[in-house]
Write a protein that binds this ligand. Structure first.
Ligand code: ZN
Length: 528
């Protein structure tokens, strides 16, 4: 590989000869790939390809696998400034962190946040992201520009909420649907951006609007992205309001069909699994989001068995396709495989396929991307498998899922163009973007006024230590004559106290600690 340079990969047409090509039929050795006009023009045995195509000069890629780029079936590009602000938070973070944060974005910061997320995604091997609808008040075309400029394929959701759901105001459904129609028509010939509609959660839109968005998207061949059955509190709200669980409600109002891309779908009854299977809807299985903020893990091995369409999504947690695929398998193993003795748990192939072609299908791009095959968009990765982590190789899909790592990515291509070379864009200044984001993010977060229920991990540790000290003092005091001001009993909650990571509460007033990075003030709410 010493003679491989980015310039050799920045040609109009490329005849690439990796050690292994990952195709829908499986890993194939001694195969070559011709990339021309942004698509895989041909894929076949090296001997035939070289004979058939005397030009361009073959680029040999020893020690490399050529595989389709990952598809992130659920993302929020304009939430990238939040990052660890959401770590340790209880569910429905959108109310306290994400909605205020996005609504504090202006045009520049929205663009930078979205481009930052797109760059992180590309660095993690994603060549497509499904952006599930920003709540920023800027034109959604700002997000499209950021994705396009970063060079990532984007399924761009437009939020079509018309019900307040207690976080904002109702909107005129006629205006919402007119905007939806304009959005669906706007990106028809765009090379990288595909329009999509979005409803934050079923309760954020009226029944007629849910039905209308489903119809508009189906007519346009687009998807409607909706967070579905993610949190227990949301399931119970739906039950109280409609007597139906969220997915059942979508079915009742005519919004459950092949156009639906249901994000999460973690808290499902067997009947709802059947609704998904019968309705032809797709799911974004988001295992890292489940672990970090959810109430359950989606039954993805059951989805696979029942023929339910699904891909993998990050939900903006971290843009690393390898770690996502690993988490997808790992979460199934912990929640289902161990209990049933299912040592295969889908095998490597299930999770690798769901991270690529399955995701492309779920986001409505199954005919366009997600596989290395003639006619498909040339969205692919060159993965260095020459290191000790990947050798000797016995089962490449398993190895990529369990041992693959983004630092093995030599190159990332989208639509046949080199977008990243060893982690950074060859055509634009990636480090400068990261620096600009670091300047803008603190300002945005300050004016957003987010509310956090959990302190930073450092503060949480200090609180734990202080709780322990308070308990010791209380214990000492109980053995000594009482003095004024000594708490009479430890362990009872005190108003305003904050839970520690261990969940303990304290009655002792907490000594003044370090100033939190971001003061906890009520969020301003707003329409999602
Ligand atoms: Zn989400």
């Amino acid at each position: 590989m010493t003679d491989l340079t980015p310039d050799r990969l920045r040609q109009e047409a490329l005849l690439l000869v990796p050690d292994v090509t990952l195709t829908p039929e499986g890993p194939l050795e001694l195969h070559a790939v011709l990339v021309r006009d942004g698509v895989f023009h041909d894929v076949g045995p090296v001997e035939r390809m070289v004979r058939t195509y005397p030009a361009p000069t073959p680029v040999r890629l020893p020690g490399h696998v050529l595989m389709p780029g990952f598809v992130d079936a659920h993302h929020h590009l304009t939430q990238s400034f939040g990052g660890a602000l959401a770590f340790g938070e209880p569910s429905e973070i959108f109310r306290r962190v994400w909605v205020p944060l996005e609504r504090a974005l202006d045009e520049e910061s929205a663009y930078v946040a979205a481009k930052l997320a797109a760059l992180e995604s590309l660095r993690g091997g994603f060549t497509t992201v499904a952006e599930s609808g920003t709540r920023a008040t800027v034109d959604v075309d700002v997000v499209a520009s950021a994705a396009r400029d970063a060079g990532i394929r984007c399924v761009l959701g437009l939020v079509c909420n018309d019900a307040s759901d207690g976080t904002g105001q109702d909107a005129d459904p006629r205006a919402v649907l007119a905007a939806a129609e304009r959005h669906l028509a706007h990106y028809g010939d765009d090379d990288l951006v595909r329009a999509s509609l979005a409803v934050s959660v079923p309760e954020a839109a009226t029944a007629p609007t849910l039905a209308a968005t489903a119809r508009l998207a189906a007519e346009a061949g687009a998807v409607v992205q909706i967070h579905v059955n993610e949190h227990l509190v949301a399931v119970e709200r739906s039950l109280v309001r409609h007597g139906l669980r969220p997915l059942e409600y979508l079915h009742q109002v005519g919004a459950l069909g092949p156009q639906l891309l249901a994000a999460h779908a973690t808290l499902l009854t067997p009947a709802e699994v059947t609704l998904l299977a019968d309705g032809g809807a797709a799911v974004s299985y988001n295992p890292v989001a489940s672990a970090w903020k959810g109430n359950a893990v989606a039954p993805a091995t059951t989805f696979a068995e029942r023929g339910i369409r699904f891909g993998l999504g990050t939900d903006g947690t971290r843009g690393d396709g390898f770690r996502l695929a690993d988490a997808a398998e790992f979460a199934q193993r912990l929640t289902h495989g161990l209990a049933s003795g299912d040592s295969s748990c889908g095998a490597g192939w299930t999770w690798w396929e769901r991270a690529t072609a399955g995701g492309a299908d779920a986001v409505g791009l199954g005919a366009r991307t997600g596989r290395v095959a003639p006619g498909a968009a040339a969205d692919f990765l060159l993965v260095d498998v020459g290191g000790p982590e990947m050798q000797p190789s016995w089962d490449l899909p398993w190895e990529l899922v369990r041992r693959g790592n983004r630092d093995q990515l030599t190159a990332v291509f989208v639509a046949g163009r080199l977008r990243l070379w060893r982690g950074w864009p060859p055509d634009w200044d990636g480090p400068a973007l990261v620096r600009r984001a670091a300047e803008l993010a603190p300002r945005v977060v300050r004016r957003a006024g987010v509310t956090r229920a959990h302190p930073t991990s450092v503060a949480a540790r200090q609180r734990t230590a202080m709780s322990a000290r308070a308990a010791d003092q209380s214990h000492d005091a109980s053995e000594a004559p009482p003095t004024a001001g000594t708490p009479s009993r430890a362990g009872a909650p005190a108003a305003g106290s904050v839970g520690t990571p261990e969940g303990s509460l304290t009655t002792a007033p907490l000594p003044a600690g370090p100033t939190p990075a971001f003061p906890a003030v009520p969020c301003r709410g707003g329409r999602r």
